[in-house]
Design a protein around this ligand. Structure first.
Ligand code: SAM
Length: 252
């Protein structure tokens, strides 16, 4: 059992026994001045490829810190391949949506501009910062990919073969998500698609429902806010087809 861990950080460096990791200024500031950690403190590091490793602070100062990687705490393991394609909503819910979708295990976040999307600009670097922070906190071993916002039609122009989409449609004859998931059997590459505050236009829904890899799903009798709908659908998918039969890592 590892020592008590004082912090957990995402880094882009290779992680192996004996390697040295030089932290970014912001991360060094967080360890030294927010957590007030000193040399010898135990930090869990992950990079999305090599599992999770125990590292110790060597030196820490205002503008930098170095860590020495010691032992592997957890092996990297396959994770569900679940994208969230969503019409972005105004700033605060977007921060919230990125954090919660990361906790719910999405492998990619794909902002889609639909006809009724009211958000002009989607700040990818802000989304990435929120995703990293949430990944560190929820102890996942990867950080979701963040894609640039693109028109819905362009996203489907080069859609990857074999990736099924569950289109959350509050109008029309969408089957309950529970029934659709029950029929899917196993979790291949998948995506959840939700609309903006104003919903999809009928022409958008008609075009989407013609695509062979799209299945409309209902999320019950109430009209959910866009971020609520996304998180509800992600939870249903993880529970039925994802990795919710696993447990969080044992810590001290
Ligand atoms: N048409 C809605 C209305 O009348 O207020 C506006 C759209 S709703 C706020 C935002 C998105 O959440 C929808 O485009 C849909 O993707 C999803 N959604 C909300 N409630 C849903 C439900 N009961 N079933 C399926 N999807 C739902």
């Amino acid at each position: 059992m590892a020592d008590r861990l004082d912090a957990r950080l995402y880094v882009r460096d290779l992680l192996a026994a004996g390697t040295e990791v030089a932290l970014a200024r912001s991360q060094a500031h967080y360890l030294a001045h927010v957590l007030r950690l000193a040399s010898g403190a135990a930090i869990a590091l992950f990079n999305g490829r090599d599992g999770e490793w125990l590292a110790r602070i060597g030196s820490v100062a205002k503008n930098g810190a170095t860590l020495t990687v010691e032992t592997r705490l957890r092996d990297q393991r396959p994770e569900p391949d679940l994208w969230l394609v969503f019409a972005p909503v105004k700033r605060a819910p977007l921060d919230f949506l990125v954090q919660k979708a990361t906790e719910l295990g999405v492998s990619a976040l794909v902002p889609a501009i639909t006809r009724r999307t009211v958000v002009e600009r989607v700040r990818r670097e802000r989304m990435e910062a929120n995703a990293i922070e949430a990944a560190e906190q929820c102890e996942r071993l990867t950080v979701p990919q963040i894609r640039d916002a693109a028109p819905l039609s362009r996203i489907f122009d080069d859609w990857p073969d074999g990736r099924q989409i569950l289109l959350c449609a509050e109008t029309g004859a969408a089957e309950p998500i529970h029934d659709v998931l029950g029929r899917m059997g196993r979790a291949g590459p998948s995506a959840i698609l939700t609309g903006p505050e104003g919903g999809f236009e009928q022409t958008e829904l008609d075009a989407l429902q013609k695509l062979p890899f799209v299945t409309s799903v209902g999320l019950g009798p109430r009209i959910l806010r866009a971020d609520t709908a996304a998180l509800a659908a992600l939870s249903c998918w993880q529970s039925a087809l994802g990795d919710w039969q696993l447990r969080p890592p044992r810590r001290n």
